[in-house]
Each structure stands twice: as C-alpha cells, then as structure tokens.
Design a protein around this ligand. Structure first.
Ligand SMILES: NC(=O)c1ccc[n+]([C@@H]2O[C@H](COP(=O)([O-])OP(=O)(O)OC[C@H]3O[C@@H](n4cnc5c(N)ncnc54)[C@H](OP(=O)(O)O)[C@@H]3O)[C@@H](O)[C@H]2O)c1
Length: 344
C-alpha cells in the first residue's frame, strides 16, 4: 500500500507504495486515514528511533478516518464510521500516514457531527495526554460529564497552556472543577483564554516575577502543576519550593517521562506522563485507563465541551503533504499542523 516511510534512524521521509497493508486483530479496526496531524513525537521517533519496534517506520499518530474493516470481537464501531484519536506509535500498522492503519476498537473516538474530520485529527494525542496527566497524575477526580463538579477555589498551573497538550489540560482542568493559571508566551495568551484559563503568566518574563504572580493569583490554593512543555522541571521546583509550606499534598505531572527529577520540594508527588506505549498488547494497564478516559472525553467532545484548537492545513491531498506538514510543525507553528492524506 501507499504511504510514508523512513527506513532507518535519522533516515529521510519518503512516499512509497511498498508498505505492508495491516490486518486487524480481533479487537482492532482497519481505518482509512483521511487527515493526519503532526506531533513533536514524529520527529523525535525519526531522529532517535525511540518507540520504533521495526523499520521501515511510518509516522503520524493523530488520525481521523473511516473504518473499513472490523475485527471479530470489536463491538464499538462498524464499517463506515468516522473515527479519530491517537492509535499508538511505532509498531507495524500504527502509522497513520498510509492508506490504512490500525486502531484499537476500545481506544478510538467517534467523530461528532459538529466537528470536521480535519479538526478531529488534531484532538487525539493532546487530549489523551492531558487526560493522563490530570486524572492519573494530579489526583484530580474523573468528572461525570452528566453532573459536572462546581468550580472550587483550587488551582492547576498548566505550563504550556496555549499548546496542544496544554490546551486540553486547561479545558479538562476546568471541566474537573479547578481554576487554571496557564503559563504561555504572548502569542498563545488568546489560545489559553479560549481554552478556559482564568489567568495567564508570561514565561518569558523573569522567573521571580512569574512566581510572585502565580502566588498572588493562587493564594495558597495551588497543589497541582502540569508541565506540557517537557523542559520546565527547574521552574516547577522553584514554584514548589515557594509553596512547600502551604497545607496539603502537592502533585507534579510532566510530559517529560525520561528524566529523573529526584526528590521534589515539600515531597511533591511526581507523575511522568507516558502515552507512547498506548495500544500495544503489553500495555494492558495503560490501555484500560485510556479506555475509561476515552468514554469521558467522547462525552465532552459530543456536547462541545472539549473543543479542538486552531489548526493549519498544509499542502494538497496526498501523503507528500504529511512530510511538508512535519517541516511546518518543526519550524515552530503555534497551531496544530494537519495534512489531508487521501480522499474519503
Ligand atoms: N510523554 C508523552 O506521553 C507525551 C505525549 C504528547 C506530547 N508529549 C510532548 O509534549 C510536548 C508538547 O507537545 P504539544 O503537542 O502540546 O506541543 P505544542 O502544541 O507545540 O505546544 C508546546 C507549547 O510549549 C510552550 N512553551 C515552550 N516553552 C515554554 C516555556 N518555557 N514555558 C511555558 N510554555 C512553553 C509553547 O508555548 P507558546 O506558544 O506560548 O510559546 C507551546 O504552546 C512535546 O515535547 C511532546 O513531545 C509527550
């Protein structure tokens, strides 16, 4: 089948027609990807080989497409359904920049009528990562979409609150009953407020000023911090040092799951967010957790309470566009970058 492949670590992306068409297991769906969004992990995997189980490897882990075949035990979806989400990375059949890819039936989300397929392609990795960070990492109770908690006086500090993971962390914190202070640069202030942030702090201002502002806003009610940027642990340690005498357990979750940050000020509990092994048969616990979270995300998406962010569509229709989209994303796009891979 046609698609994008990389032959080896640090190899070039190339469009090819010699990919093996995957066959769905009993709990999987075969999906025809229509739109694919780029994530930082695509380039990370190409450059380092991390999470790649065999080469050639096909990128793209944020897909929206159409179910074309259903495994014998898959009950959630049927042929013709439009699905989206993060379908996993690095194992054969997972790459979304191809004519077909595999989804686990229980981890896919159904596209709601009020969002487009292109928008749907932007939502999976970000929302699923944020869900893990908040509901598994920050001791935030999974909300009941039919009976949302009232907003309390407790705050969540979201570092990178204008980005993809950060934007969903803001939305899900609010839906879980928390106030949010988002750390962003000037270009993402609007995005953070659109996602629902109550306050923002500019991460380009001096650190002491930022921390003073955070303390003034949160008034002893900050116990939860999520770093969606991967490289702000030192800043978080400084914040934790400042708030360590405030009553209550503190929690810190980070998308940086490869560094050992050692003991944290005040004995704060650390949770490394790790979506990468999703959908692999050996990731039983992670798959089960995500299955639970996806039900809640689906309910929020269906009623428009979790919304996609802005995105840029790059190139024409074709697998070449995904390669172009990776270049645009690597250049530092403030929006999610999407490619149309093939016609429906
Ligand atoms: N561990 C996992 O399972 C997992 C899963 C998904 C993603 N990730 C990682 O999470 C990171 C974010 O991914 P993404 O898709 O959300 O990327 P993204 O949409 O590009 O967002 C990154 C955000 O980081 C912000 N930022 C940069 N430096 C900052 C700083 N010093 N303080 C606060 N914010 C800062 C940028 O904000 P401005 O626009 O305001 O400058 C940008 O909005 C990537 O490193 C990705 O690889 C990990």
């Amino acid at each position: 089948m046609k698609g994008v492949k990389v032959n080896e670590v640090n190899g070039e992306y190339q469009v090819t027609d010699d990919l093996e068409k995957p066959a769905p297991d009993s709990n999987q769906l075969l999906v025809k990807p229509i739109f694919g969004a780029v994530n930082p992990v695509d380039e990370l995997m190409r450059n380092s080989g991390i999470l790649v189980t065999s080469w050639p490897w096909t990128p793209c882990c944020d897909v929206a497409g159409i179910v074309v075949e259903v495994g014998s035990e898959a009950t959630k979806f049927k042929v013709g359904d439009q699905v989206f989400g993060c379908q996993g990375v690095g194992f054969p059949g997972s790459g979304g920049a191809a004519e077909y890819c595999l989804f686990r039936d229980d981890i896919a989300l159904k596209k709601s009528d009020h969002i487009s397929l292109a928008e749907a392609a932007t939502m999976g990795v970000g929302s699923q990562t944020a869900a893990l960070g908040l509901w598994s990492g920050l001791n935030i109770a999974l909300p009941d979409p039919q009976n949302l908690p009232a907003i309390s006086d407790e705050w969540v500090l979201v570092l990178g609150g204008g980005g993809s993971v950060g934007g969903y962390a803001v939305q899900l914190s609010k839906l879980s009953g928390y106030r949010v202070v988002a750390s962003v640069s000037a270009r993402s202030v609007g995005a953070a407020f659109t996602h629902g942030a109550d306050e923002t702090v500019d991460y380009k201002t001096p650190v002491d000023e930022q921390i003073a502002k955070i303390k003034k806003i949160t008034k002893g009610k900050l116990h939860r911090i999520i770093d969606t940027t991967a490289y702000n642990a030192n800043f978080v340690k400084k914040v934790l040092e400042e708030i360590k005498d405030d009553a209550g357990e503190k929690y810190f979750a980070s998308v940086n799951d490869w560094e050992d940050f050692g003991p944290l000020p005040g004995g704060a509990k650390f949770y490394p967010i790790s979506l990468g092994p999703l959908a692999r048969p050996e990731s039983k616990e992670l798959n089960e957790i995500l299955f639970k979270y996806i039900d809640v995300l689906q309910a929020f998406v269906d009623v428009g309470k979790v919304k996609p962010g802005e995105y840029s569509l790059v190139g024409g229709t074709g697998f070449e566009s995904f390669i172009e989209a990776v270049k645009v994303q690597s250049g530092g796009s403030a929006k999610k970058v999407v490619a149309k891979l093939q016609e429906e």
